[in-house]
Design a protein around this ligand. Structure first.
Ligand code: SF4
Ligand code: SF4
Length: 395
């Protein structure tokens, strides 16, 4: 029997073009490398995301497929992901671009940040990281902390990091990025960005949808990053990653994930994309989308189908349109993001960890009449149903 992995590999190499039978046996490979802005770092256009990494063999498999860009964070699986990454990259560290992240707070000292970096270096068995990010920033105060600039300057001078970055996917993402860019605090940014933020795509699908995409604040900020030659990496590219729900609509040579990756890689605002690589099959599937940005035009139907599937269910990262809707100041967007980790990503540990850190979780929803926020989402997300559900699952 032909496995899904073989099928995806076949479609991968051939891309969407006609192929010979012999070529169809060749496993997929990264076909395009890109430069991350002024850093000059060259990376595979699709990078290895590791938020649930446990098995170093996945890292090895991605290396075999030509992936040269590996991303991690101290918080992923409480440091175990960094250990697995270090294990997988043994002997090839100098052949890849390796990054990690710390959640440096507004009150952390440069010494605290250096201790966090040294922990990451130890777990990953390396002397240096190519990029080190302040992770999941959603409050400008975390970037305003002078200790971040002091720490990164020292770490660069000591050769422990090469470049500085900021990552984010929260409701105040655009404002935080804007501050970091204006104040020259970053060389690279890593942010949530996907086809669901593309008003042109909704326009093409206007017979299916009765709403337009909420105008996001993010594109102008990414354009500013471009003007300053800051490297831009996209994450959350699959818009909730409900891959199993889409399998019935896919073809062997065109899966939903490949379409979503092609869209983000074809965006002039983005250099590269990171995606969580959780199995051998999925690595093959994702890598197969490399080198195909010119074929994104044929992806509209699959992407539209996914939008329909997620319609009224997906809270867009970086949107905070409903911010003022709750009289109890529940942080609706952040609550819904934590819920997404549980419901869509099926990563309960990450969801609980994220939810526990919220300063305004959804406890108030347990006793609320649910009217104030009922119609606050122009995308049709049933806010009170989801915030209440989040509190029950994760509270
Ligand atoms: S619930 Fe709707 S309005 Fe609120 S942040 Fe999410 S997408 Fe935006
Ligand atoms: S259900 Fe009530 S408490 Fe919960 S977010 Fe809506 S308005 Fe706020």
């Amino acid at each position: 029997m032909v496995s899904r992995r073989t099928l995806l590999g076949a479609g991968a190499v051939a891309g969407l073009a006609p192929m010979s039978g012999l070529r169809a046996q060749v496993p997929p490979k990264i076909e395009r490398h890109v430069t991350l802005g002024k850093t000059g770092l060259r990376v595979s256009e699709i990078g290895f995301g590791s938020s649930s990494l446990q098995d170093a063999k996945l890292v090895r498999h991605a290396l075999d497929r030509g992936v040269t860009f590996f991303d991690c964070a101290e918080s992923y699986r409480f440091g175990w992901a960094e250990e697995a990454m270090g294990e997988g990259l043994k002997g090839v560290r100098d052949k890849v671009i390796l990054t990690s992240k710390t959640k440096a707070s507004a009150s952390d000292t440069a010494k605290d940040m250096m201790a966090a970096l040294e922990g990451s270096l130890r777990r990953m068995q390396t002397d240096y990281l190519d990029i080190y990010y302040n992770h999941a920033v959603n409050h400008i105060d975390r970037m305003r902390n002078d200790a971040w600039a002091e720490f990164t300057e020292t770490a660069v001078r000591q050769g422990k990091i090469r470049f500085r970055g900021m990552s984010g996917h929260g409701s105040r993402l655009a404002a935080c990025l804007d501050y970091a860019i204006d104040n020259d605090l970053v060389d690279v940014i890593l942010c949530a960005y996907n086809f669901g933020k593309d008003p042109d795509l909704y326009d093409k699908l206007k017979h299916t949808f009765h709403f337009v995409a909420i105008q996001s604040d993010l594109p102008p900020v990414l354009d500013k990053a471009r003007r300053k030659n800051i490297g831009v990496i996209a994450m959350k590219t699959l818009m909730g990653a409900r891959l199993n729900d889409m399998r019935a609509f896919e073809q062997p040579d065109r899966t939903y994930a490949q379409s979503a990756l092609r869209w983000v890689l074809s965006s002039p605002r983005v250099d590269a994309a990171l995606i969580s690589m959780t199995s051998f099959d999925r690595i093959d599937e994702y890598v197969a989308a490399s080198g195909q940005v010119d074929q994104v035009g044929a992806d509209t139907q699959l992407l539209g189908r996914y939008l329909a599937l997620q319609s009224g269910k997906y809270c867009q990262p970086g949107c905070n349109h409903c911010e003022a809707a709750c009289p109890q100041q529940v942080d609706i967007a952040e609550v819904l993001r934590a819920r997404m980790y549980d419901v869509d990503y099926r990563n309960k540990a990450l969801a609980i960890e994220d939810y526990a850190k919220l300063s305004n979780p959804a406890q108030a929803c347990l006793t609320c009449t649910h009217q104030a926020c009922r119609n606050a989402c122009p995308m049709g997300v049933p806010i009170p149903d989801f915030t209440l559900d989040a509190q029950r699952r994760l509270g």
